[in-house]
Design a protein around this ligand. Structure first.
Ligand code: MG
Ligand code: MG
Length: 256
C-alpha cells in the first residue's frame, strides 16, 4: 500500500528534508584531496545530533546484509555504487568521486538524499557521468506530478542515461518514504514491466535515486555484505532527492 501524506505530514517531512540538505551541503564543501570519508562521517554525526534528529542509516539492517549498518553516512568512492562505509583509511585523492548518502528521522518522518562529488581534477568522462546522472534525477523529478504514472519517472531516468551511453544499476532502486525510510512503491531507475505502475497522486512521497555506471550495468556486493561495487571496476554515480507529489507539482523536500 502506498501511504499518502497530508500537508501537515509533508511539513514534517520538509523539516527532515532540509536537515538532510544542510548536512550534505556542508559535506559537499568539505570534500577535498586528503580528506577521509570518516571525517565526513564525524561532521554529519554531529550535525544530525545537534539538530535533535536520529540518523536513519545507523543501525539499519536488511536480511541480505545480516548486520547493522554502523554509520550515519554511506560514502561510496569511485567503483562503489552505494552503501560504502566511511573509513579513516579512505583518503580522497584527485580524480576520485564520492557519493555521500544520508537519511535522518525527525519528528517521526524521514528524509533521504545523496550527492556525488568530484575530488580535485576529474576526467572529462567522469564529469559527464556526474552531469548525466544529476540531469536524469532532475528530469525524473519533473515527472512527479499527479496524473503521471510511476513508469514516467523510471523511464525518464532510463532514457536519459542510456541515450548518453551510460548504464543503469538494476539491483538497487528508489523507494517511497514517510514514517518509514523504505515504503512502497519501489522506484526503479528503469521500466520494470514485471512491477506495478501506479498512478501518481497528491501526497505520495518518493525517494528518487538514479545509480548510474560508466561501464556495464553489473554490480556485486563486497564481502562486508554492504558495499555494492561495479563488476567492471568503472566508476558509478548516485544522486537522490526526496520528492513529494503535490497539486502544484513536484516538491523537492531535500533542498531549499
Ligand atoms: Mg539515500
Ligand atoms: Mg534512498
Amino acid at each position: 500500500m502506498i501511504v499518502r501524506k497530508n500537508m501537515a505530514e509533508l511539513e514534517k517531512m520538509r523539516s527532515a528534508g532540509l536537515l538532510v540538505w544542510k548536512v550534505l551541503d556542508t559535506l559537499r564543501k568539505m570534500v577535498a584531496e586528503g580528506v577521509t570519508t570518516y571525517e565526513l562521517e564525524v561532521a554529519a554525526d554531529k550535525m544530525i545530533a545537534d539538530a535533535g534528529a536520529r540518523p536513519a542509516f545507523k543501525g539499519y539492517s536488511t536480511p541480505s546484509a545480516g548486520t547493522k549498518f554502523p554509520f550515519v553516512l554511506c560514502t561510496s568512492v569511485n567503483d562503489e555504487i552505494v552503501h560504502g562505509m566511511p573509513s579513516q583509511n579512505r583518503v580522497l585523492k584527485s580524480g576520485d568521486i564520492v557519493s555521500i548518502d544520508t537519511g535522518v528521522q525527525l519528528n517521526g518522518y524521514y528524509g533521504d538524499s545523496a550527492v556525488t562529488v568530484g575530488v580535485g581534477e576529474i576526467s572529462e568522462e567522469t564529469r559527464r557521468l556526474l552531469e548525466v546522472t544529476r540531469e536524469s534525477l532532475e528530469l525524473a523529478i519533473e515527472k512527479a506530478r499527479p496524473g503521471n504514472r510511476l513508469f514516467d519517472i523510471c523511464g525518464t531516468v532510463e532514457r536519459h542515461v542510456t541515450a548518453n551511453g551510460f548504464s543503469i544499476v538494476r539491483e538497487f532502486v528508489g523507494h517511497g518514504i514517510g514514517t518509514q525510510m523504505h515504503e512502497e512503491p519501489q522506484v526503479p531507475n528503469y521500466v520494470d514491466r514485471k512491477s506495478e505502475n501506479p498512478r501518481l497522486k497528491e501526497g505520495m512521497v518518493l525517494a528518487i535515486e538514479p545509480m548510474v555506471n560508466a561501464g556495464s550495468p553489473g554490480s556485486r556486493v563486497r564481502p562486508d555484505r554492504w558495499t555494492a561495487v561495479t563488476e567492471d571496476g568503472k566508476y558509478s554515480a548516485h544522486f537522490e532527492h526526496t520528492v513529494a507529489v503535490t497539486a502544484n507539482g513536484p516538491w523537492v523536500l531535500t533542498r531549499p
